[in-house]
Design a protein around this ligand. Structure first.
Ligand SMILES: [Zn+2]
Length: 145
């Protein structure tokens, strides 16, 4: 599968799961996806519609995300610049210049009651994840013990 589409599916699924948890606690708000403008706008909107109608590869349909994703030019939106995931991704890849950015936000990422961080994902081989010390891999290992 295309890596951008896979990441988008993962994002939609995790965001929907987070909103489902809030809904179970009485917060009935729906979420909105705002993404940086891309040439893939049409394909991602089509995918979002498919996830709502057919479900994701993990089986569940998306119910808690309102409307289609909206695309904005991040150069014109400070909020979109702030939410840009690239510093986080660099940090997971152990880029020495950036690790403090992930350290700053790691405690604010969505985690389930068992401690698994769902707001951060490390797409790697299982053999690497077994020893990886990034918050995403580590939280999953600790939850299994
Ligand atoms: Zn990892």
């Amino acid at each position: 599968m295309d890596p951008v589409e896979l990441a988008f599916e993962d994002l939609c699924s995790r965001f929907d799961m987070y909103l489902s948890t809030l809904r179970a606690q009485g917060d009935r708000q729906r979420g909105l996806l705002i993404l940086d403008k891309t040439t893939r706008e049409s394909s991602l909107q089509r995918l979002a519609a498919d996830f709502r109608r057919l479900g994701t590869q993990w089986g569940s349909a998306i119910h808690n995300i309102a409307d289609i994703p909206f695309f904005v030019d991040s150069r014109a939106s400070r909020l979109t610049q702030c939410a840009d995931a690239s510093p986080t991704l660099c940090s997971v890849d152990s880029t020495p210049a950036i690790p403090s950015i992930l350290d700053l936000i790691a405690g604010r990422l969505y985690a389930s009651e068992d401690g698994v961080i769902h707001g951060l994902s490390h797409k790697t081989q299982a053999s690497i994840a077994l020893h990886c010390m990034c918050p995403a891999c580590l939280s999953r290992r600790l939850a299994r013990t």
